[in-house]
Design a protein around this ligand. Structure first.
Ligand code: SF4
Length: 351
């Protein structure tokens, strides 16, 4: 195990303060970082929720728009779930958005609107796991709380020359312990944790790590052994199941029939064109004219892939329940990415 002393921390922090990316949830690059200066806890909370499973470059415009529309935690707590989902539309993994709103409500109710600074208290809030609790406590409140995300796990595996898969339970526990151990005794805990993540994201990358410019190369046991490319161990990718769905874009005049998904499960509570597991038109909520093929939309998630075969048809009944909206009105409804794509196709092809 590498020795993480003052020299290691100094090198890492010096590198971070001059090389960090200017991100909207951090203190701006041009501003001199003062003692006890820290980013807005609400900004840290929102950015950490968005950054789970999503790349920084994708998150930036979503974060800016979210903060512009819901600038404070009370504003988020007071927002309707649909409005929050609408702001999240396209980012995926929508339970993050629902949990973020539930978290804001819990903070308003149980903590007088102030995010707690204690990781144990943060962990009790909806949607906040061990990593996010550590990130908020250290980055927003300067607490000596460790974090371990994919980037930090890879960096520590290499520094310590651990030739294992960081997702294995025992290895993950070991890495959490090391993430706590290597933190400095004093100084900015938020900068230290951010520096480790930044190093993993920009220098100690999964493939072709840039060891020659790495600020902590001198401390790295994997580099010393020439093993940086083979650490950490990569799990073989499993083939993900393919789920086939039929989507019916049903038109009546200038309106289209949409439906809301159940309150639990994937894309919970979001809206979509009528989607079924079979192409049996008898199962549709209205009688329709003969459907014709419109598009095939593929969508890959972490553990499964979807294929939506989209059909276009007209409603024969003039009455019938359901939500009928124009293509313009669709903008008000939160929809999953495949259905947003479908709406774009309809806008392009429908006169
Ligand atoms: Fe990663 Fe290479 Fe730096 Fe080691 S020397 S921490 S492998 S970039």
């Amino acid at each position: 195990m590498f020795l993480a002393g003052n020299e290691f921390c100094r090198r890492l922090l010096r590198w971070y303060l001059t090389n960090r990316r200017d991100l909207p949830w951090r203190i701006p690059l041009g501003r001199q970082i003062l003692r006890d200066d820290a980013p807005d806890p609400y900004h840290v909370l929102v950015s950490e929720a968005m950054l789970q499973q999503t790349q920084v470059a994708t998150v930036i415009p979503y974060f800016n728009r979210f903060i512009q529309r819901l600038p404070t935690l009370p504003a988020l707590a007071a927002a309707k779930e649909e409005a929050v989902l609408r702001l999240w539309q396209g980012l995926g993994y929508y339970s993050r958005a629902r949990n973020l709103r539930r978290c804001a409500i819990a903070v308003m109710n149980d903590h007088a609107g102030q995010l707690p600074d204690d990781p144990a208290e943060l962990l009790k809030l909806p949607g906040i796991g061990r990593y996010t609790a550590g990130a908020i406590a250290s980055i927003a409140f300067g607490k000596r709380a460790p974090i371990l995300d994919g980037n930090v796990a890879r960096v520590i595996c290499r520094l310590d020359k651990i030739p294992a898969d960081p997702r294995d339970k025992a290895i993950s526990e070991l890495l959490w312990a090391r993430a706590a151990e290597i933190m400095p005794r004093r100084g900015s805990m938020g900068d230290f944790n951010s520096a480790l993540m930044e190093l993993g994201a920009t220098v100690c990358t999964p493939r072709n790590p840039k060891c020659l410019v790495c600020p902590v190369q001198k401390h790295c046991e994997a580099f010393a052994a020439g093993m940086q490319e083979s650490i950490p161990l990569r799990r073989k990718a499993k083939k993900t199941p393919l789920l086939k769905r039929w989507t019916f874009c049903i038109r009546r005049g200038d309106r289209w029939l949409i439906e809301q998904r159940p309150p639990k499960g994937r894309w919970a509570g979001m809206w979509q064109f009528v989607t079924r597991e079979s192409n049996d038109v008898e199962l549709l909520p209205v009688r329709v004219s003969r459907p014709r093929e419109l598009a095939m939309i593929e969508h890959a998630l972490t553990h499964r892939r979807y294929e939506f075969r989209a059909m276009q048809c007209g409603a024969i009944d003039s009455n019938g329940d359901g939500t009928w909206v124009t293509l313009k009105q669709l903008d008000r409804y939160p929809m999953s990415r495949p259905h947003v794509k479908l709406a774009e196709i309809l806008r392009a092809v429908v006169p």
